[in-house]
Design a protein around this ligand. Sequence first.
Ligand code: ATP
Length: 325
Amino acid sequence: LTRLYGPLTALSNVRVDVMSALVSFERVFEVLDLKPGISEKPDARAIPRGAGRVEFRDVSFRYPSAAEVSLASLEDVAALDRTASEPVLRGVSFTVEPGQMVALVGPSGAGKSTIAMLVPRVYDVTDGSVLVGDVDVRGATLESLRDTIGVVTQDSHLFHETIAENLRYARPDATDEELWTALERAQVGHLIRDLPDGLDTVVGERGYRFSGGEKQRIAIARLLLKAPSVVILDEATAHLDSESEAAVQQALAAALTGRTALVIAHRLSTVRDADQILVVDGGRIVERGTHDELVAAGGLYAELYRTQFAVAGSPRPFAEELPPG
Ligand code: ATP
């Protein structure tokens, strides 16, 4: 158990790093600002439109060494050199069939976010391959990769621009009516309608400050406009007020319907609904199955299910729905 408690109490620190990584990973996709080093091959193929199958084939991954990344501080370089020698993922294989939802669970630092980031090529695998619609993502056109995959993170990024401009990153030719439809489906239409400037409301520090839950719903509206066939979702761990929480859940349900979803799961309702749960520990998939199968198996998942509840008073995953005892 010590193995689990340690990482869990350290979670709040780790989360900051992971979130900054995820913010940039969402931006990579929403703003088309691709990372250096991720390039399109001359003979790249388009992922077929609407393709929803995601497959990991014996994937290993280590974070790039300092030499491969331009960094400002020598301290960071030294830290990266140390981590670079350690593979973060080893022999990861799984398939998400079109329209399925697969949940990634596991202790902090297990490698869940890293798995999620390899799909939209925030990083490329060290060994093995990641396929979307049966095309190796390294051999796919960047445009088709971008069109096929949508990302929603805990800390969705909105630009200091109008709501309409923020939404049109997903679909530049969308009409105002289409923007409103997406906002309604994302449970945030009424809020924007009540603002004096409506779609022209400027977001951010010097503009209108939306709450975390509202920003996330606007990001979900952006996803709905983009209509990707594969969604990568990092579920929120932060506590939203219950009204906002319910609205975000409804918005996500709309966003995931009919799409393939790979979810870093923090809610019991998600894992219960998942077609398959992958339990990640130390960079490997150590268990896989449905919620009931994994609880019955009495392994790491069953332990996580119990112990995550034990971190008293914190908004830990599963806490709201645990069985008595
Ligand atoms: P959490 O539940 O805390 O979000 P996780 O299961 O998503 O954790 P990852 O974020 O994928 O775990 O991290 C897996 C390992 O990779 C950890 O040991 C982490 O410290 C390391 N790691 C993550 N990002 C980087 C990076 N940019 N450079 C080097 N190592 C990293």
